[in-house]
Design a protein around this ligand. Structure first.
Ligand code: BDR
Ligand code: CA
Length: 302
């Protein structure tokens, strides 16, 4: 199994990703760290704990950065509801988060792992930027980063910027300049692999996990009648089924000011960086394969 850490801001699509990361037999989820993003960090931490409780999982949760490095914090409650995970009554007897910050927990878990670990950020990259600045020695102990965020095309926050990068562009810049291998799973694929209405309809027939996800998805403010983007889940689908994606290696720069603040600029022609690359960018995806994998996975969790 792939040893994983999820750094996340649940968040409805984050909740679906955490569900799969906790339960999928090919993943060995070592730690969940939380960040301010879709909702404030006290709520993203609580939401991660609701999910570990729901699955009776022992995976530790550490709360992280309450705000971006420099930019003022803006949430996405219009998409994810005031709680970040509306529509389902989770148990209330929750475990406590670890008595340390996400950065400390990340350092400990990365340095103590027997093999290089895979990092899956599905929120703003604030914790990761703080980690790299505070403990640069972790970089060589990370196998790769599979990050949801960014876009080569249009944004979903501004015409240029995707939400996770827009939330903390300075953190994104630090992550992309870190030298750690990064795969960008951005809107270029996540807006293609929509969860179809047919898939949505089948979810409640797939046991308590399908019922829980269906309830959350009913309150999801992203998508339309053609389907719901499962942004964060695409990172895990990529880890398991890279053959379902088309990728291109390129240099990614992050805009940190002006009207394109938070834009991920891909040097698709290699014109500005002498052919050097710092990212593998997902540019296409098999949406049908995604839907059937998602249904099979939820059904198997039960
Ligand atoms: C990203 O923004 C968040 O609202 C989602 O959880 C996802 O991580 C999509 O742009
Ligand atoms: Ca997210």
């Amino acid at each position: 199994p792939t040893k994983l850490i999820m750094d996340t801001d649940p968040g409805i699509d984050d909740a679906a990703a955490i569900t799969i990361a906790i339960n999928y037999p090919d993943f060995d989820l070592d730690l969940i760290t939380t960040v301010a993003g879709n909702v404030t960090v006290d709520k993203t931490t609580l939401n991660a704990l609701k999910l570990t409780r729901f699955f009776n999982s022992k995976v530790p949760v550490a709360g992280g950065a309450p705000q971006p490095l420099i930019k003022p914090f803006e949430d996405a409650v219009r998409v994810h509801g005031v709680s970040g995970m509306p529509g389902y009554d989770f148990p209330t007897d929750l475990a406590k988060p670890l008595p340390m910050t996400a950065v400390e927990a990340l350092r400990d878990h990365i340095m103590q792992a027997a093999e290089p670990i895979t990092l899956v950020p599905t929120g703003a990259y604030t914790n990761i930027a703080l980690l790299f600045k505070t403990y640069p020695e972790v970089k060589t102990h990370i196998k790769e980063i599979i990050a949801m965020g960014g876009t080569l095309g249009r944004g979903n926050m501004t015409s240029a910027a995707e939400f996770n990068v827009f939330t903390d562009p300075h953190a994104a810049e630090i992550m992309y300049q870190s030298g750690v291998p990064i795969t960008m799973v951005g809107l270029d694929v996540t807006l293609k692999a929509l969860l179809t209405p047919e898939t949505m309809q089948k979810l409640p027939t797939l046991g308590r996990t399908g019922t829980m996800l269906h309830a959350l998805f009913n309150h999801y403010g992203d998508g339309d009648q053609t389907g719901l983007p499962m942004h964060d889940v695409n990172t895990l689908f990529y880890l398991l089924h890279p053959e379902a994606f088309t990728t291109q290696k390129m240099w990614i720069d992050v805009q940190t000011e002006g009207p394109a603040n938070g834009e991920t600029v891909g040097d698709t022609r290699g014109a500005y960086h002498n052919g050097q690359t710092n990212a593998t960018v997902c540019v296409d995806i098999d949406a049908r394969a995604f839907n059937s994998w998602f249904l099979d996975t939820v059904a198997a969790i039960g």
